[in-house]
Ligand binder design. Sequence first.
Ligand code: FPP
Length: 238
Amino acid sequence: MSNISETHIPGSIAIIMDGNGRWAQRRGLPRNMGHREGCKTVEQIIEDCARLGVGYLTVYAFSTENWRRSEDEVSGLMQLFRYYAGRLLVRARDNNVRVRMIGDRSRFPRDIIEAINKLESETRDNTGMTFVMAANYGGRDEIRRAAMDFAEDVKAGKLEASELTEETFSGYLDTAGIPDPDLLIRTSGELRLSNFLMWQCAYSEIVITDVLWPDFNKDVLLKCIEEFNGRKRRFGGV
Ligand code: FPP
């Protein structure tokens, strides 16, 4: 295993947690059992990242496209959000973690919106890692909503359209104030961005692991970080 003391820990990590369904199918279990195991992995990885000194951990929990899954799977995921909102609050308190949600929460059932609001407000003053949960999130939808808000501000005379810089626009995104991911990890071997943090990942290093999300753990995370450490980041320069 890598020597952690020599490992440079990325400040901002994002994860596309893929493979829950396959994990369950391989065991002859319903897909929702895979999501249940996936939630346990989320809990553990939050703690691991907080202890490793990661500043920001962003996970893709539910995309704007995931509503198209079967009614059974969507309602199973909603049940998991309900159950884990309470558990995450305890984990966040224990690990001094601040929780933020990105995505359009308005489409969720009222009790889930309230649970998310509570998670954010009760952890706001924590000073350790920030855990960002992307739920009903889509990169294009986020950019569309940001563009609408910007247009409203121009209409209200708050600023001129010509004044828009990349920094100003970033401030309209759900991720305002959250550093762009240094490292983007995708599990289960797929080579797609799937509408995740499209603006923010412009210069992120992407590491793909074949491990399915329920099997992801600290050792796999450290291997991904090791691969990240071997990359030369040029940000478009030479
Ligand atoms: C992708 O696996 C996973 C999802 C669409 C959902 C991920 C959600 C969780 C792990 C729950 C997160 C919960 C909290 C509380 C943060 P897939 O179903 O697409 O897998 P497959 O590609 O093998 O079918």
